[in-house]
Design a protein around this ligand. Structure first.
Ligand SMILES: [Zn+2]
Length: 498
């Protein structure tokens, strides 16, 4: 199969680049994980599903992937940089519990929901609070390199000093002069040399709940510091892929680059920066105030004004992958209904494929039919290699699904393609559906309606004295460790106690 090499869009160079890992066959990926202070929402689902798919594909290609996704359990302030209360502390205060109870609760919720989306757990899942010492050391290093300063118990990165040596804004395209203009009078502004400076370490105010000792007094790390530490600690000073949502490009990722370069002599920490685009809900930006804020749990339960029914995890996964990761993705009830139908079509095709057998005696080969199938398969790889275009992969899978249906209904057409093409199609369809896109079959686990239905048939057969059917149903129950109970006023079932 002749296909171009894998290319990804690097936000740093603003172009598609051929993917060449630093130390093949190893690939290091770091993705910014959730700040665990509220129920995960659909905006958390997108990067989880997309970067999982990228990881799965690189693994499929034979790379040995180390996938690191952190848990932010301290330091992420409401204002994203130096301002406002710590998100976790605030939630702890509101719920009147310990910050670590907030962290535990929402970490578990995140895991449960993301697991059901068939996202493979990270190879390493470090937490910010587990790396306080390393963060203090990095702040010290930045100070000793001359790019950081202490002010009133806090430590800041000196952006003007950094900018004299390195291009601050290289990732986001932001210009420091513009930042200055837009700056409001915020907490900590008076102690900074320049409004663009950002905190590496913040002095804890007396009421602040999460605090640690440091050379500068009691405080807590700045949000950006944790990702610089946890990515380079586990993946090396320079690693392959750093991912996250587009909203993290500034200030978070820009600051990560500055921290790394300010401490390591100017080496770029990341080879490829990948950013997924944002989601909208019915065409509008999602926000709590506009009432279109949808959590993942609400999608699964259907309990939201904008949803007419529950949507299964695989429907949601299919829906997310149905758009290219750099396009905005609009969540709507109609869109989800469409995804549900399309996902089921793929699963039906998968099940039919399991029943299809290539005929022992080949028929008259039809070169065109053969080429068509091969074309679908090749196009899937081409789409993946064109900046991981899962939307186009899905379109090809649907083309193959249609063919599978035709082969099933008109077996003579199956003999028109070669045995090799059939094997290729089966292999590619299953690999792309299950292993790469991670779309597994959702079996119906609620057997209660089937049991009740069978009992009704049993009662009817009994009334008509159709004893053969009665015995059949009885033995069917028995083989499933259930028994049928004949009561005076009807029938019921129970667990077989023997
Ligand atoms: Zn991060």
């Amino acid at each position: 199969m002749q296909v171009p090499p894998l290319k990804v869009y690097n936000s740093l160079s603003r172009q598609k680049e051929t993917f060449e890992p630093l130390n093949p066959p190893f690939v290091g990926i770091y993705v910014c994980g959730p700040t665990v202070y509220n129920d995960p929402h659909i905006g958390n689902a997108r990067p989880a599903v997309f970067f999982d798919t990228l990881r799965r594909y690189l693994t499929y290609l034979g790379y040995k992937v180390r996938f690191v996704r952190n848990i932010t359990d301290v330091g992420h302030l409401l204002g994203d940089t130096n301002e406002g209360e710590d998100r976790i502390s605030k939630q702890a205060r509101l719920e009147q519990i310990e910050p670590m109870e907030i962290v535990n609760h929402y970490t578990q919720t995140y895991h449960q929901l993301i697991d059901t989306l068939n996202v493979i757990r990270p190879s390493i899942e470090p937490t910010a609070t587990g790396h306080i010492i390393e963060q203090i050391e990095l702040a010290q290093k930045i100070i000793s390199e001359g790019y950081g300063y202490v002010s009133n118990g806090s430590v800041y990165l000196d952006v003007m000093k950094y900018k004299a040596d390195y291009p601050y804004g290289e990732l986001s395209g932001r210009i420091v002069e513009e930042l200055q203009e837009g700056t409001r009078e915020l907490d900590g502004q008076e102690e900074k040399k320049h409004p663009a400076d950002f905190a590496l370490w913040k002095k804890a105010s007396p009421e602040h709940l999460m605090r640690w000792n440091s050379p500068w007094g009691e405080g807590f790390p700045g949000w950006h510091l944790e990702c610089t530490i946890m990515s380079t600690k586990y993946l090396g000073e320079t690693f392959d892929i750093h991912g996250g949502g587009m909203d993290l490009m500034f200030p978070h990722h820009e600051c990560e680059i500055a921290q790394a370069k300010a401490s390591n002599g100017g080496k770029s920490p990341v080879k490829y920066w990948l950013h997924n685009n944002m989601i909208t809900v019915d065409g509008q930006k999602m926000s709590k105030s506009s009432g279109n804020f949808v959590t993942i749990g609400e999608l699964f339960s259907g309990k939201h004004d904008r949803l007419t029914q529950p949507f299964s995890p695989m429907t949601v996964r299919y829906f997310i992958l149905g758009a290219h990761y750099r396009s905005t993705l609009d969540f709507s009830n109609d869109g989800l209904l469409g995804a549900q139908k399309a996902y089921k079509r793929l699963m039906n095709a998968k099940n039919i494929l399991g029943k299809l057998a290539y005929p022992a005696s080949a028929g008259e080969l039809n070169a065109k039919a053969d080429e068509e199938i091969q074309g679908f398969c090749t196009n899937m790889v081409i789409a993946m290699h064109d900046d991981v275009n899962t939307a186009r992969v899905i379109a090809q899978l649907q083309n193959i699904a249609r063919k599978i249906n035709t082969f099933y209904q008109q077996p003579e057409t199956l003999a028109q393609i070669s045995a090799d093409t059939f094997a290729l199609m089966r292999d590619m369809f299953l690999n792309f559906t299950e292993n790469i896109l991670g779309l597994k079959e959702e079996k119906n686990t609620n057997v209660e309606p089937f049991v009740v239905g069978l009992l009704e048939l049993y009662a009817e057969a009994k009334a008509k004295k159709e004893y053969e059917t009665v015995d059949k149903i009885r033995s069917y129950f028995k083989s499933n460790n259930l028994i049928i109970k004949d009561l005076k006023n009807g029938v019921d079932w129970a667990y077989d106690e023997n």
